[in-house]
Design a protein around this ligand. Structure first.
Ligand code: ASP
Length: 318
């Protein structure tokens, strides 16, 4: 059995590519890296890689991570600028004995020495979004931080190896140096080939409060199905945050276990994900959260898929 699950519609092309590799017997490490790179390279996804939205100083600072569920090796970069594929740098870092998580200039130096591709990641389109948001924030007192999404993936290969990886530009208009959950092991991602893996998207500051990806893997280890594990962890964190802080940020999670069973949960409207397992084509699903906190999903319609691309590629009206 092999399989792959990922946050958001934007992961579909990557998941499709990754699954072709898995079907041919390639490793979960290579498949997840190739899949995430596909999303990083697409300029119209404005929250990951090239075309990602900048911080408040108009710089694109990216976070990414990689975890190997066999060895529990972790690599991550945070607030890295001017490199095309942060996930590949994270994967490379996971092979080091120490210094596995690098930030800012240190991460850039490492990437330079290792010969990773340099690239100006700030597109004209992202600049236009930045100017527009600046104006809106000034005029309408809008919250600057809405507009984010991380691609997070969990992958299982034919040999039973599991990996997890993430990549994001984090929150739009974030402070320079701000790091979210995505490069933080246990919060944005976790993978253990003996159990399964999980990955998160949403408000990093809140996702971290529950170490939620690790919590889901822990619940799967106790025997819960990935769907039950996701729902329990998301609902509990949502409830704790509301109880203690009066509100909870966006929390959306995906998970897969070592048998290729998968699950998702969210506390928002509009969460989508892409998934494929051996014998089932990659598809995008939309999640609906019921009153009781139970999440159901249905396949995205052709209209929804067309509309999604149209909106992503529409000109930015300033
Ligand atoms: N979790 C990411 C962060 O806080 C953003 C997102 O997934 O939307 O940086």
């Amino acid at each position: 059995m092999w399989g792959m699950i990922a946050t958001w519609r934007m992961a579909l092309e990557g998941v499709t590519k990754g699954c072709e590799m898995l079907g041919r017997g390639q490793s979960a490490g290579d498949a997840v890296e190739a899949a995430i790179r596909e999303v990083e390279d697409f300029p119209y996804y404005k929250s990951v890689g090239y075309g990602g939205l900048p911080n408040e100083e108009m710089e694109v600072e990216l976070d990414a991570a990689y975890m190997d569920g066999d060895t529990l090796s972790i690599g991550a970069v945070a607030a890295i600028r001017d490199y095309a594929n942060p996930v590949s740098i994270a994967k490379r870092l996971s092979q080091e004995q120490v210094n596995n998580v690098l930030v800012g200039e240190g991460a850039e130096k490492f990437a330079h020495k290792e010969g990773f591709e340099r690239k100006n990641m700030l597109t004209d389109r992202a600049k236009a979004f930045y100017r527009k948001r600046k104006k809106e924030v000034a005029e309408q007192e809008l919250k600057p931080y809405s507009g984010h999404d991380t691609v997070g993936m969990v992958c299982l290969d034919q040999k039973g190896t599991m990996t997890a990886a993430t990549s994001t530009s984090g929150l739009f208009m974030k402070k320079k140096g701000r790091v979210g959950d995505s490069p933080i092991a246990g919060s944005g991602f976790y993978a253990d080939s003996k159990v399964g893996g999980a990955s998160a998207t949403g408000l990093g500051e809140d996702l971290m409060k529950g170490c939620i990806s690790y919590e889901i893997v822990r619940l799967m280890k106790e025997g819960l199905h990935p769907q039950e594990a996701c729902e329990r962890a998301v609902n509990l964190l949502d409830q704790e945050l509301k109880e203690r802080r009066g509100k909870a940020g966006d929390l959306s999670l995906i998970a897969m276990n070592k048998a290729g069973q998968w699950g998702v949960a969210t506390n928002i409207e509009g969460f989508s994900f892409a998934v494929a397992v051996e014998g089932q084509e990659p598809k995008v699903y939309l999640v609906r959260r019921g009153e009781d906190g139970h999440c159901s999903f249905e396949e995205a319609s052709k209209e929804w898929m067309d509309d999604y691309m149209r909106t992503r590629m529409a000109p930015v009206e300033e």
